[in-house]
Design a protein around this ligand. Structure first.
Ligand code: HEM
Length: 92
Protein backbone atom coordinates (compact mmCIF):
# COMPACT_ATOMS: atom_id res chain seq x y z
CA UNK A 1 0.00 0.00 0.00
CA UNK A 2 1.01 3.65 -0.46
CA UNK A 3 2.64 4.99 2.68
CA UNK A 4 3.08 8.78 2.58
CA UNK A 5 6.34 10.20 3.92
CA UNK A 6 6.10 11.88 7.28
CA UNK A 7 6.21 15.67 6.96
CA UNK A 8 8.49 17.50 9.36
CA UNK A 9 8.62 21.27 9.97
CA UNK A 10 11.73 23.25 10.97
CA UNK A 11 10.33 23.64 14.49
CA UNK A 12 9.89 19.88 14.97
CA UNK A 13 13.37 19.37 13.51
CA UNK A 14 14.75 21.85 16.06
CA UNK A 15 13.54 19.68 18.96
CA UNK A 16 16.16 17.13 17.83
CA UNK A 17 19.08 19.55 18.10
CA UNK A 18 22.21 19.57 20.29
CA UNK A 19 20.64 21.43 23.25
CA UNK A 20 17.41 21.33 25.27
CA UNK A 21 16.60 18.08 23.52
CA UNK A 22 14.25 15.87 25.52
CA UNK A 23 14.04 13.34 22.69
CA UNK A 24 17.72 12.32 22.91
CA UNK A 25 17.63 11.65 19.19
CA UNK A 26 19.50 13.82 16.72
CA UNK A 27 18.03 14.67 13.35
CA UNK A 28 19.45 16.50 10.35
CA UNK A 29 18.34 17.32 6.82
CA UNK A 30 20.19 16.43 3.63
CA UNK A 31 18.70 17.62 0.33
CA UNK A 32 15.21 17.91 1.84
CA UNK A 33 15.24 14.50 3.53
CA UNK A 34 15.13 14.28 7.34
CA UNK A 35 17.44 11.69 8.94
CA UNK A 36 17.81 10.38 12.47
CA UNK A 37 21.62 10.37 12.84
CA UNK A 38 21.56 8.87 16.35
CA UNK A 39 22.56 5.28 15.43
CA UNK A 40 25.36 6.62 13.20
CA UNK A 41 26.94 8.98 15.76
CA UNK A 42 29.53 6.49 17.17
CA UNK A 43 30.61 5.45 13.66
CA UNK A 44 31.23 8.86 12.05
CA UNK A 45 34.93 9.06 11.01
CA UNK A 46 34.81 12.81 11.73
CA UNK A 47 33.51 12.26 15.27
CA UNK A 48 30.22 12.88 17.09
CA UNK A 49 30.92 16.55 17.75
CA UNK A 50 31.02 17.41 14.06
CA UNK A 51 27.73 15.63 13.45
CA UNK A 52 26.05 17.47 16.32
CA UNK A 53 26.87 20.75 14.57
CA UNK A 54 24.10 19.98 12.11
CA UNK A 55 21.67 18.39 14.58
CA UNK A 56 18.25 20.04 14.55
CA UNK A 57 18.91 21.88 11.30
CA UNK A 58 19.73 21.57 7.62
CA UNK A 59 23.15 19.92 7.24
CA UNK A 60 23.38 20.00 3.45
CA UNK A 61 25.83 22.92 3.13
CA UNK A 62 28.27 21.81 5.80
CA UNK A 63 28.11 18.23 4.61
CA UNK A 64 28.93 19.22 1.03
CA UNK A 65 31.70 21.57 2.16
CA UNK A 66 33.35 18.76 4.12
CA UNK A 67 32.96 15.66 1.99
CA UNK A 68 30.84 15.99 -1.16
CA UNK A 69 32.05 12.51 -2.26
CA UNK A 70 30.33 10.71 0.62
CA UNK A 71 27.14 8.88 -0.46
CA UNK A 72 24.83 9.87 2.40
CA UNK A 73 21.77 8.54 0.60
CA UNK A 74 23.16 4.99 0.80
CA UNK A 75 24.79 5.37 4.20
CA UNK A 76 21.71 6.67 5.97
CA UNK A 77 19.26 4.27 4.38
CA UNK A 78 16.99 3.12 7.18
CA UNK A 79 17.55 6.32 9.15
CA UNK A 80 15.11 8.35 7.10
CA UNK A 81 12.34 9.95 9.14
CA UNK A 82 10.52 11.92 6.45
CA UNK A 83 10.73 15.12 4.41
CA UNK A 84 11.17 18.71 5.48
CA UNK A 85 8.21 21.01 4.80
CA UNK A 86 7.75 24.68 5.62
CA UNK A 87 5.85 25.70 8.76
CA UNK A 88 2.77 26.91 6.84
CA UNK A 89 2.42 23.70 4.83
CA UNK A 90 1.26 21.98 8.01
CA UNK A 91 -2.32 21.98 9.26
CA UNK A 92 -2.54 23.67 12.65
C1 HEM B 1 34.51 12.04 7.46
C2 HEM B 1 29.97 10.50 6.83
C3 HEM B 1 28.32 14.78 8.37
C4 HEM B 1 32.83 16.20 9.29
C5 HEM B 1 33.41 11.30 7.07
C6 HEM B 1 33.49 10.05 6.34
C7 HEM B 1 32.22 9.62 6.18
C8 HEM B 1 31.33 10.59 6.79
C9 HEM B 1 31.78 8.34 5.48
C10 HEM B 1 34.77 9.39 5.82
C11 HEM B 1 35.02 10.03 4.46
C12 HEM B 1 36.31 9.64 3.81
O1 HEM B 1 37.26 9.25 4.50
O2 HEM B 1 36.39 9.75 2.57
C13 HEM B 1 29.11 11.51 7.24
C14 HEM B 1 27.65 11.44 7.25
C15 HEM B 1 27.20 12.65 7.68
C16 HEM B 1 28.38 13.47 7.95
C17 HEM B 1 26.82 10.23 6.82
C18 HEM B 1 25.79 13.14 7.90
C19 HEM B 1 24.90 12.47 8.62
C20 HEM B 1 29.39 15.56 8.71
C21 HEM B 1 29.33 16.92 9.14
C22 HEM B 1 30.56 17.33 9.41
C23 HEM B 1 31.46 16.22 9.13
C24 HEM B 1 28.04 17.74 9.28
C25 HEM B 1 30.88 18.69 9.92
C26 HEM B 1 31.92 19.38 9.59
C27 HEM B 1 33.68 15.19 8.90
C28 HEM B 1 35.13 15.26 8.98
C29 HEM B 1 35.61 14.07 8.44
C30 HEM B 1 34.45 13.28 8.06
C31 HEM B 1 35.93 16.42 9.55
C32 HEM B 1 37.07 13.68 8.26
C33 HEM B 1 37.53 12.76 9.36
C34 HEM B 1 38.96 12.31 9.11
O3 HEM B 1 39.24 11.76 8.03
O4 HEM B 1 39.77 12.54 9.99
N1 HEM B 1 32.11 11.61 7.32
N2 HEM B 1 29.51 12.74 7.70
N3 HEM B 1 30.71 15.16 8.69
N4 HEM B 1 33.30 13.99 8.36
FE1 HEM B 1 31.42 13.37 8.03
Amino acid sequence: PFVPLRRITPSELATHGPRKNETKTYWTVLEGKVYDMTPYLPYHPGGEKELLRVAGKDGTKLFNLTHPWVNWDNMLRGCEVGILVSENEMPK
